[in-house]
Design a protein around this ligand. Structure first.
Ligand SMILES: OC[C@H]1O[C@H](O[C@H]2O[C@H](CO)[C@@H](O)[C@H](O)[C@H]2O)[C@H](O)[C@@H](O)[C@@H]1O
Length: 616
C-alpha cells in the first residue's frame, strides 16, 4: 500500500488545531485554515479528512488567503465552538468563521469568509477522501453545488462562488472585499438518501451560538480561572455523543504519545473511567443532564452479566471494538501504525468498577432522580468486585505487560465498596452493609500493608514494586486516607521527586521494574497527572507551588485553550490524542480545588472512614 497519496503538505503541530463539533462528531482545523480531521457521521466513523495522519492526499479542506500561511489570530466566539480565524495580509484582512451546528439530522459544516478590510485573494481546495483517506469519491458539479459520492457516503458542497473540479478536488479562487461575505456549506448524508437541503449559513451560525450560550447558562462555578474552566467544559461537552449520552475520550485516533513511535491508540470510544471523570467535572460545575444521559447509556451498555463489564464501549454502547491497523496511512509525522479500534477493550482493569460505582454515587448525591436500575447495576458490580478485587489487573494505564496488583486499582476497589456502604447508609438502599464494610476494610488493610513501602515512605505502583505511579495522587481524593496522613504526604513528595520531568509529571516510569507497560519507546509527560499533582501539592499545604504549577499548565494550552493527552515538556509540543477529556477534566477539577469551589458533598471531599468503626 502506498504510504502517501502525493498531496505534499503534511499535518500541522498538534497544538495548532482548533476543535469544531456538533455533539455527534468533531473536526480539527489548523491555524492555516485547513480542516485535517473529520469523521462522518460520528466520532468513530471513518474519516473523510485524514490529512492529520498522512498528507493532503488523504483528505482535507483548506480555506484561507490564496498566498497561504498561518493565521494572524483566532479565537472562539464567546463560550461557543464557533471558531473565528483571521489573516492580516498585504492586501487586507479577512476572517473565516467555522462551525458545525448541533445536529438534528445530517451533519453540516459551515464556513463563512468575511472581508474586514481591503480586497483579499482567497482560495479553497477541498479533497474529500472517504474511508480514512483511502476512497476517492466520484465528484460531480451541478448547478451551483458539487456532490461527492462513494460507497455509503455522500457529501454536498454549496458555495457562493463558482467551484471547479481538478485532481478529484473541489476548488475556487475568489476575492473578498471589506464588508463582503462568501459562504460554504458541506452536508453529509448516507448515499442512498436524497440530497438534504443545505443549511442557511448565517442562520446555522446563529443557531450554533444560541445552543452553546444556552448550554453555558447552567454553569455554577464562581472560582478563579473562569475562562479556562469554561473552555474546558465546552470541550468536554463537545466530546459527548448526544444521541446516546456516551462520552468519547478524545476526538482522534493515533496521535502519538511518542513522535515517530508505536504508542498510537484510538480514543474515539467511551471509557467508563474517563466518562466517570468527565461527570465529576460536569456535575461539580452544575451540568446535570449529561450525567443522566450517561447513566442511561451505562445501563444499556453494561446490561447483561456484570462479569462481562468492559472497560470501554462504543459510542452507542457496542461491545466489539476490534483493533486494526490502517497501512495506507503513514501516521502523524511517521508515527505508525495508525490504529482504529482498541484491544484494551478486553483488558481487566479493576479500577473501572470503583470509578463506575463512584460516578453513580456522585449522580445520586447530585440529586439526580433515583433509578432502581442504577442501584441494581451497582449491586451486580459489587458482587463481581467482591469475587475479583484480589486479582492482578492491567491498571488504569492499560499496560500491555504482565498483570500486577496495582495499588491504584485496589484503592478504587476500596472506593467501590465505600460508595456502596454510603448508598445504604445515606440513602437507605437495600444492601448487605455489614459485608460491604468488611470488604472495604479488608482492601484498605491489604493496600496499607502490601502497597506501602515504609522505607521510602510512599505507596508504590504495585505490590512490591520499585516504581511509583501518578495515580497514587488520587488516594486522598477518593477518601482512602486523609491529606494530612504522613503516608499521603510521603507519596505526594515521592511522586513529585521521581516522576517529574521538566516541571511536569510522567504517569509512571516506563523503565521501572524492568518495563511495566510492555511497549517500546518513551512517552511525554501526562497532563491529567500533572493536574493531579496540583491538587496533591495543594492538599498537603504547598499552596504556592500548586498555584505555580497550575499556571504553568495553563500556559501549555494552545491559543484556543485546548489540551491533548501529553506534552513533550522539553519542546512544548503537544503529544497524544486531542483534545483529550482527561486533561480537560484535570484542569476543571484542579481549578475548583485551588479555588475552594469543589463541593463538600462530593465523595472525593468526604473525610475517610476509620476502618475500626463498625456497626450494622
Ligand atoms: O498508552 C497505553 C494505553 O493508552 C491508551 O490508554 C490511555 O487512554 C485511555 C483513554 O483516555 C485512558 O483511560 C487510559 O488510562 C490511558 O492509559 C490506550 O487506549 C490503550 O490501548 C493503551 O494501552
Amino acid at each position: 500500500m502506498k504510504a502517501t497519496r502525493g498531496g505534499g503538505r503534511v499535518a500541522s503541530r498538534i497544538e495548532d488545531y482548533g476543535l469544531l463539533g456538533d455533539l455527534h462528531t468533531a473536526a480539527l482545523v489548523g491555524a492555516d485554515g485547513s480542516i485535517d480531521w473529520l469523521c462522518l457521521p460520528r466520532f468513530d466513523s471513518p474519516a473523510c479528512f485524514a490529512a492529520l495522519l498522512g498528507d493532503d492526499g488523504h483528505g482535507c479542506w483548506r480555506l484561507g488567503p490564496a498566498a497561504g500561511g498561518r493565521c494572524t489570530r483566532r479565537r472562539y466566539r464567546g463560550d461557543t465552538l464557533i471558531l473565528e480565524t483571521e489573516w492580516e495580509t498585504p492586501e487586507g484582512t479577512v476572517r473565516v468563521t467555522d462551525a458545525m451546528p448541533p445536529r438534528d439530522g445530517e451533519a453540516d459544516l459551515v464556513r463563512v469568509v468575511e472581508g474586514l478590510s481591503g480586497r483579499v485573494p482567497m482560495r479553497t481546495v477541498m479533497r474529500l477522501r472517504f474511508g480514512y483517506g483511502r476512497v476517492e469519491p466520484w465528484i460531480r458539479c451541478h448547478d451551483g453545488h458539487l456532490s461527492a459520492i462513494a460507497g455509503p457516503d455522500a457529501a454536498w458542497l454549496d458555495a457562493d462562488v463558482p467551484l471547479s473540479v481538478e485532481d478529484a478536488a473541489a476548488r475556487a479562487d475568489f476575492t473578498v472585499a471589506a464588508g463582503e461575505r462568501v459562504a460554504f456549506t458541506l452536508v453529509h448524508q448516507r448515499s442512498h438518501e436524497d440530497r438534504p437541503l443545505p443549511p442557511d449559513p448565517l442562520e446555522a451560525l446563529e443557531h450554533t451560538e444560541a445552543f452553546w450560550t444556552d448550554w453555558m447558562g447552567a454553569l455554577r462555578y464562581e472560582g478563579e480561572w473562569g475562562e479556562a474552566v469554561r473552555r474546558s467544559l465546552v470541550t468536554l461537552k463537545a466530546l459527548t455523543y448526544h444521541p446516546t449520552g456516551g462520552i468519547a475520550a478524545a476526538a482522534t485516533t493515533s496521535l502519538p504519545e511518542d513522535l515517530g513511535g508505536v504508542r498510537n491508540w484510538d480514543y474515539r470510544f467511551c471509557w467508563l473511567r474517563d466518562a466517570a471523570f468527565v461527570l465529576q467535572a460536569l456535575l461539580g460545575t452544575g451540568f446535570i443532564s449529561e450525567a443522566d444521559a450517561w447513566r442511561q447509556w451505562l445501563l444499556r451498555a453494561a446490561a447483561g452479566d456484570p462479569a462481562e463489564l468492559q472497560i470501554m464501549y462504543g459510542l452507542d454502547g457496542r461491545h466489539w471494538l476490534p483493533e486494526l491497523e490502517l497501512d495506507w496511512l503513514p501516521g502523524y509525522e511517521g508515527s505508525a501504525p495508525v490504529r482504529i479500534g482498541n484491544a484494551a477493550t478486553g483488558q481487566f482493569q479493576l479500577d473501572v468498577w470503583g470509578e463506575t460505582l463512584d460516578a453513580l454515587h456522585l449522580a445520586r448525591d447530585a440529586d439526580l432522580e433515583a433509578d432502581q436500575n442504577a442501584w441494581d447495576l451497582q449491586k451486580a458490580l459489587l458482587h463481581f468486585l467482591e469475587d475479583h478485587w484480589d486479582e492482578p489487573d492491567d491498571s488504569l494505564w492499560e499496560v500491555r505487560g504482565e498483570q500486577r496488583h496495582f495499588v491504584h486499582s485496589k484503592v478504587m476497589a476500596w472506593a467501590g465498596f465505600d460508595r456502596a456502604v454510603r448508598a445504604v447508609e445515606d440513602y437507605g438502599l437495600d444492601g448487605p452493609v455489614r459485608r460491604l464494610r468488611e470488604l472495604r476494610d479488608r482492601v484498605h488493610a491489604q493496600v496499607c500493608e502490601r502497597g506501602f513501602d515504609p522505607e521510602r515512605g510512599t505507596f508504590t505502583q504495585f505490590y512490591g514494586s520499585n516504581g511509583l505511579d501518578a495515580a497514587l495522587l488520587l488516594i486522598p481524593q477518593v477518601g482512602f486516607l486523609p491529606w494530612d496522613d504522613p503516608r499521603v504526604v510521603g507519596t505526594v513528595e515521592a511522586v513529585q521527586r521521581e516522576l517529574a520531568r521538566d516541571g511536569f509529571l510522567l504517569r509512571y516510569d516506563p523503565d521501572a521494574d524492568g518495563g511495566v507497560d510492555g511497549l517500546p519507546g518513551d512517552e511525554g509527560v501526562f497532563l491529567a497527572c500533572t493536574f493531579w499533582l496540583v491538587e496533591g501539592l495543594h492538599g498537603i499545604g504547598r499552596e504556592r507551588e500548586a498555584h505555580d504549577l497550575f499556571e504553568r499548565l495553563l500556559g501549555v494550552r494552545n491559543d484556543l485553550g485546548l489540551l491533548s493527552e501529553e506534552l513533550d515538556a522539553a519542546t512544548g509540543r503537544h503529544l497524544g490524542n486531542t483534545p483529550q477529556a482527561y486533561s480537560h477534566v484535570g484542569l476543571v477539577n484542579a481549578a475548583r480545588h485551588l479555588s475552594g469551589a469543589h463541593r463538600a458533598a462530593e465523595p472525593r471531599a468526604i473525610a475517610p472512614q476509620d476502618p475500626s468503626h463498625e456497626e450494622d
